[in-house]
Design a binder for this molecule. Sequence first.
Ligand SMILES: *Cc1c(COP(=O)(O)O)cnc(C)c1O
Length: 490
Amino acid sequence: MHFIETRGNDGQHPQKVSFSEAILAPISSFGGLYSPESLPDLVTAFLTTHLNSDYKTLARAVLTAFEIDIDTNIIDQALSLYDAFDDPSNPVPVVKVSDHLYVSELWHGPTRAFKDMALQPFGTVLSSIAQKRGEHYLILAATSGDTGPAALETFKNKESVQVACMYPVGGTSDVQRLQMVTEDAKNLKVIGVKGDFDDTQNALKQLLASKEFKDTLKEKNIHLSAANSVNFGRIIFQIIYHIHSYLELARQKAIEVGEKVYLNVPSGNFGNALGGYYAMKMGLPVEKILIASNKNNILTELINTGAYDLRNADVVATTSPAMDILKSSNIERIFFDLFGSERTKELMLKLDKDKHYQLSEIELASIQSIFAADFCDDTEGKQYIKEAFSNGYLMDPHTATCFKAYDTCRDNKSLKTIVYSTAEWTKFSPVIANALTGEQDTHDIDALKSIAKEAGIEIPAIINSLFDKEIAQKAIVEKDGIEKEILSFL
Ligand SMILES: *Cc1c(COP(=O)(O)O)cnc(C)c1O
């Protein structure tokens, strides 16, 4: 299987690359992305064959169908990381919440958010490619919360890879910060930056443009790579759990194999939804993919009107911060798949230049045949959290955005819906405690205790122990201090 370019070829980049090349350098001609040249076909026979497969067996079969250039033993090693999830035999439990609504919980891994689903195996794959090539990689990440902990966790003590992760001081939850600053490994560096997430990201951009930084990398023979959500090495692992969740519904006798379902995805950079789209294209019986947003509702606008407009658009901070995104990068792969590279290039370059574009009516109809969308503001989100809790289901604010789309976006109410839950309640506890009891906690530890009491459950040990762990990563710098800090780490 090869990967081709979403914006066509500029004569300088290769026209096609292998999976491992697409992982190491995910950006293609004209700033585009690599996308699969074709998708494997999972006919009904595949689904019935795997009706009783465990997660790893299914994953191996899907990855095999993609014919990627990664050795089987590396794939097995990567997939074995799911053994460290809460239930090794079923890393992604699917829970029935009401008659037609099932929640697929993607957060049972080490950092309690869905980023682990892809980043856990991805770390092994990237490190093995680097070792095989005898190369050394530096991964730079600016995080507002969930990606940082998941990236640090997966690359901890891995060969041939170093990670430097920057977070805005005060811009993450206590749990997210502790997950990062308590990571102690020689190949990891965590830096708190005084400023907000935008400042952190801009500082990272400046660093990438710095000559001294580039010279140092060259001198030390270090290559730069990214573990961000456009990397196909992450996307591929996000196709699998959609198929798994569907089969889980069949195993629970909620559906017959072949029956259509809705997938309902809390979306930011659109990696999760893209995985669902590919699964659907590969033959998974999906009626539509429901895209849930928060008040940063650029995707809702796009899917409902065909307009993508960043003029006068500012990111607003919400209680579902992992979805506080206006530039949703993976949409580009959907356009490429539906409209081809020429049109995708036109749309994406127009967005860069004019900050907006408008799909044609035919294009919009084609998008709407696959997706429907709605957004959920923080007040509505809290109500959904409270209501679900009174029906016995505890969920986080990202997951809650899906419940609005569930109410408003289904044309066929007789079909089952799979809502994807992307974070455990422990990661956004002050918001949840506020929704449940009205209390205003500023510290996670107080909110965690109060939710645990309210729900009659324990705070998971993996979260509780964070508060007693030693702080291994103490660096806190001004924006212009990042370069020095990273150079000394290298
Ligand atoms: C990253 C993230 C999302 C958004 O997922 P995308 O694949 O970027 O659309 C939603 N919820 C949580 C908790 C996340 O960490």
